[in-house]
Design a protein around this ligand. Structure first.
Ligand SMILES: *Cc1c(COP(=O)(O)O)cnc(C)c1O
Length: 416
């Protein structure tokens, strides 16, 4: 049995029990290493979306109510696999809206500032949409971001956040802290944050803890329920391959789902489905996270997402995928060390518990932007993030060890 310490890419691909799943995707020409930004197209998505177009064509409005795939219930088809991917119960997870929208809806419920407890802790290098959403929530409630927004940063000269700094910052703001909202996987560095420690530290000072799992879902194993996370949201177009603008998701812990005292923005898709079409104006919250739904569900992007989630299921879920991902990481690390040591560094933490499949590569001589442009010309699909990082993500569902090997060779040829 070959191991990642000596085996070639060809040997590792030959021994890979998940290798055949690559054939289930349409990949652009070249080497596709950018599933962290937009996951690849599952071939079955064409049929799944096509089937809903056919139902629309033949059934028209009756599609809402007809058959096993009745559109009024369609979102429920996504729930079990999403729940398993985030480690949640099915009444805690729903596919709806888009990510930033869900962050807002969840902050309406879970950011309840008072003059004494009004602060939100985020990272200084938060994804801009998250930063904007949080600032606007603070203003909307009549507070001032310059007093209510707490930013946690890496130490001077360091790239990634230290767990102890997050925990001590939470402690410092103590009973002024209303909400801690951090990513599962940091979008720039690829760092996995210590989520259960953060929950514990946040709850210890009486704060609510929510996570943005945009770069975590479908990448690393999660146990939101057991970690006692209050809420979370994610998008589906990165590792979940849900397609551009795909339908996002939300998690609310079972402790909160039926809490009628939570403030909430509501719509008709959150009310009891058996009275919904009676057009009654008395809101009867569905006793699950579905009560956060506003509108009837976007069936076409949900059909595309179903196609991808079905592949996750058949591949054995995150446990199987993560075990391949770890092998790919070990192989990638080894090839970088053999080939590019001293010329390209990876700022993603080394420890496997602190990273998923994404690498944040920095060209040591500062020539990163040129190197990125040459990679594009060589049809390596990856992405550039200012100021100086090339992000690449070997995705275990469809990337091969050979993709990694060819990438390293091409990079070696480009970096002076
Ligand atoms: C990708 C990403 C987003 C994008 O938000 P949308 O609402 O889906 O456009 C937001 N936050 C983080 C952390 C992301 O990685």
């Amino acid at each position: 049995m070959s191991t990642t310490t000596t085996a070639s890419a060809a040997e590792l691909d030959a021994a890979d029990p998940l290798a055949q799943f690559r054939n289930e995707f349409e990949l652009p020409d070249g080497i596709y290493l950018v599933g962290n930004s937009l996951g690849a197209l599952p071939k079955t998505a064409r049929d799944m979306v096509g089937a809903e177009l056919d139902r629309w064509g033949t059934l028209g409005v009756e599609g809402h109510f007809t058959g096993e795939l009745a559109w009024k219930d369609y979102h429920e088809l996504l729930t079990p696999i999403l729940a398993s991917l985030v480690g949640a119960h099915t009444d805690e997870v729903v596919a709806m809206n888009t990510l930033t929208v869900n962050l807002h809806l969840l902050m309406v419920s879970f950011y309840r500032p008072t003059p004494a407890r009004h602060k939100i802790l985020i990272e200084a290098h938060a994804f801009p949409s998250d930063h904007f959403a949080v600032e606007s929530q603070i203003r909307q409630r009549g507070f001032d971001p310059s007093k209510s927004l707490v930013l946690v940063s890496p130490r001077d000269g360091e790239e990634t956040l230290r767990a102890e700094d997050i925990v001590s910052t939470i402690g410092e703001h103590g009973d002024e802290l209303a909400l801690v909202m951090l990513p599962g996987v940091q979008y720039y560095t690829g760092q996995v944050l210590p989520l259960s420690d953060i929950v514990e530290a946040g709850h210890a000072v009486g704060a609510v803890v929510g996570f943005d799992l945009a770069h975590a879902i479908g990448n690393i194993e999660l146990s939101l329920h057991d970690w006692d996370v209050d809420f979370a949201a994610w998008c589906s177009y990165k590792y979940l391959n849900g397609g551009p603008g795909g339908v996002a998701g939300a998690f609310v812990h079972g402790r909160h789902v039926a809490d009628q005292t939570l403030p909430k923005f509501v719509g008709w898709w959150g009310t009891n489905p058996s009275s919904r079409f009676a057009m009654d104006t008395t809101f009867e919250a569905i006793p699950t996270v579905e009560s956060w739904q506003l509108s009837n569900a976007p069936i076409l992007p949900m059909a595309a997402l179903r196609a991808s989630l079905d592949i996750f299921d058949r591949a054995g879920g995150l446990a199987a995928l993560r075990s391949k991902s770890v092998q790919q990481i070990e192989f990638f690390d080894r090839r970088l060390a053999e080939t590019l040591a001293g010329r390209v560094e990876n700022i993603t933490p080394r420890d496997l518990s602190e990273r998923g499949c994404q690498y944040a590569l920095r060209v040591v001589n500062g020539d990163g932007k040129r190197v990125f442009e040459e990679l594009e010309k060589a049809r390596v699909l990856c992405d550039w993030r200012e100021p100086d990082v090339i992000r690449v993500a070997p995705v275990p569902l469809y990337n091969s060890f050979d993709d990694i090997d060819r990438f390293v060779r091409i990079l070696d040829g480009i970096v002076a």
